[in-house]
Design a protein around this ligand. Structure first.
Ligand SMILES: [Zn+2]
Length: 129
């Protein structure tokens, strides 16, 4: 097997795609040829480093750390304690409901005053100043 042929087969050899016959030829050449063996070792090292990138798992507490960092950087606006957020949310909802009820009552009261004015226009007296 020629040097160049061996080098051309590195990828297939690495992937395990070579036929048994080719694989044996290649391995025989690698054992006897320093040049190709050195190149093969460099190739394999590179391939392992590349595949290592894909197999790198993030630390288990990464999500927690990111949440913590955002919480700290946002001065507690985001990712605060879940319970506190729920209480805040409930409080805001309650205040909003109260405001809507108040607005509704005021609108109803205004309507009643207008109705009263329409029914008894004579009772309305101009205010002396
Ligand atoms: Zn060689």
């Amino acid at each position: 097997m020629e040097h160049q042929e061996v080098k051309d087969l590195f990828t297939e050899y690495h992937d395990g795609d070579l036929s048994d016959e080719k694989k044996k030829e290649l391995e025989t050449h690698l054992q006897s040829c320093d040049e190709c063996r050195t190149e093969w070792q460099a190739f394999e090292k590179t391939m392992n480093e590349i595949s290592g990138l894909y197999h790198f798992a993030p630390p288990q507490d990464l999500a927690k750390n990111v949440e913590h960092k955002i919480h700290r950087r946002s001065r507690g606006k985001f990712f605060g304690k879940q319970k506190g957020n729920n209480i805040q949310f409930a409080l805001i909802s309650f205040i909003l409901v109260l405001l809507f009820m108040l607005a509704y009552l005021m609108l109803t009261a205004v309507n009643e005053i207008i109705v009263l004015d329409d029914q008894a226009p004579d009772t309305a007296q101009p205010i002396d100043q």
